[in-house]
Design a protein around this ligand. Structure first.
Ligand SMILES: Cc1cc2nc3c(=O)[nH]c(=O)nc-3n(C[C@H](O)[C@H](O)[C@H](O)COP(=O)(O)O)c2cc1C
Length: 325
């Protein structure tokens, strides 16, 4: 399958693995790239730019295919040394960067001078248009379904993707709720030129996370996520657990008066405990509604091959079949 996304990133299949804190290590990114997609290392999971440089070198040893790095611009308090992270990306010869969180505008000159293709993750049409205007090469349009931060507009992909298609000139991928061949074909029908998956890639053999995490995703249904931190305007979709129920109760009690201090210990520093130790109630961790569509733990290659072969069947048999009939 050839789209502007496969051409842009030099990949075989129009499938991207979104950056994921404490999941997007070299093992994850290289597995996706080796299977013909675009694997992404999560920049800030590496505590320093030097550690990111090492992770890029490690990934380079595991794959000779293109892979990217995610740079998440965090809200408020934390301020990592982004220019130095970008230096590590450039020196590591990485040619694709997924940005998220806030506009990458101030870093575009540095990224573009190095010939890096930038795909910015946006939860709205207006942010997508801004990304196009500042020179991003593509957009990852992240609907309300998504695991992680869906923004504050609550527009699901059934509306958001065709709206993006109406307005954007640069190519975009569908992100949020994507799991299988049906997702890919639907995304293409709605105007996207590929798809970005987060949650689905965690439930794979190669994902470098504790087995408990993979099992929790397989066990979860589409009803098992919650939105937290809405009153902080930092909404996050997470898998429900004991800690999340506590957060929801605190948020109900505090209402508009909620401050980050009220929930900090239930949301901060949680990822290593969940992803590495498998402590599933340690705190809130991102997970998409798409968990309801995830029923197995295949290898990344099995997953991607299955998506591509079933997509062919859906397009050639099911869809064309309606016309032939
Ligand atoms: C566990 C987890 C951690 C994530 N961490 C990040 C992150 O650090 N930066 C980022 O830009 N997106 C992050 N995301 C969002 C994903 O890159 C992707 O946009 C999202 O998962 C797509 O929705 P889906 O889960 O329905 O596929 C994370 C998602 C998950 C599930």
């Amino acid at each position: 399958m050839k789209t502007r996304i496969t051409e842009l990133f030099g990949i075989k299949h129009p499938i991207i693995q979104g950056g994921m804190h404490f999941v997007g290590l070299a093992e994850m990114a290289s597995a996706v790239s080796n299977a013909g997609g675009l694997g992404i290392i999560t920049g800030l999971t590496q505590q320093t730019p030097e550690l990111l440089a090492k992770e890029i070198a490690r990934c380079r040893e595991m794959t000779d295919k293109p892979f990217g790095v995610n740079l998440t611009f965090l809200p408020g308090f934390a301020n990592p040394p982004y220019p130095e992270y970008i230096d590590a990306i450039i020196q590591g010869g990485v040619k694709a960067v997924e940005t998220a969180g806030r506009s990458p505008e101030q870093y575009m000159p540095q990224l573009k001078a190095a010939g890096i293709k930038v795909i910015h993750k946006c939860t709205s049409v207006r942010h997508s248009l801004k990304a196009e205007k500042i020179g991003c090469d593509a957009v990852s349009v992240d609907g309300f379904e998504c695991g992680g931060h869906p923004g504050e507009d609550d527009v699901p992909n059934m509306i958001l993707l065709p709206r993006a298609a109406e307005e954007l000139k640069i190519p975009f991928v569908a992100s949020g709720g994507m799991a299988d061949a049906r997702s890919l074909v639907a995304a293409l029908a709605l105007g996207a030129e590929g798809m970005n998956m987060g949650t689905r890639f965690i439930a794979t053999r190669e994902a470098p996370v504790h087995e408990n995490v993979k099992k929790a995703i397989v066990a979860a249904s589409e009803l098992d996520t919650r939105l937290i931190m809405r009153n902080l305007r930092n909404t996050e979709r997470v898998l429900t657990n004991a800690a999340v129920e506590k957060i929801v109760a605190i948020e109900h009690a505090k209402g508009e008066g909620l401050g980050i201090e009220d929930i900090r210990e239930l949301v901060g520093g949680v990822y290593p405990r969940v992803m590495q130790k498998g402590d599933m109630d340690a705190g809130a961790w991102s997970c998409g509604m798409v968990a309801g569509l995830i029923h197995d733990i295949p290898t990344v290659k099995e997953l991607i091959d299955r998506i591509m072969s079933e997509a062919t069947v859906i397009i050639r048999k099911r869809l064309e079949g309606f016309l032939d009939a």
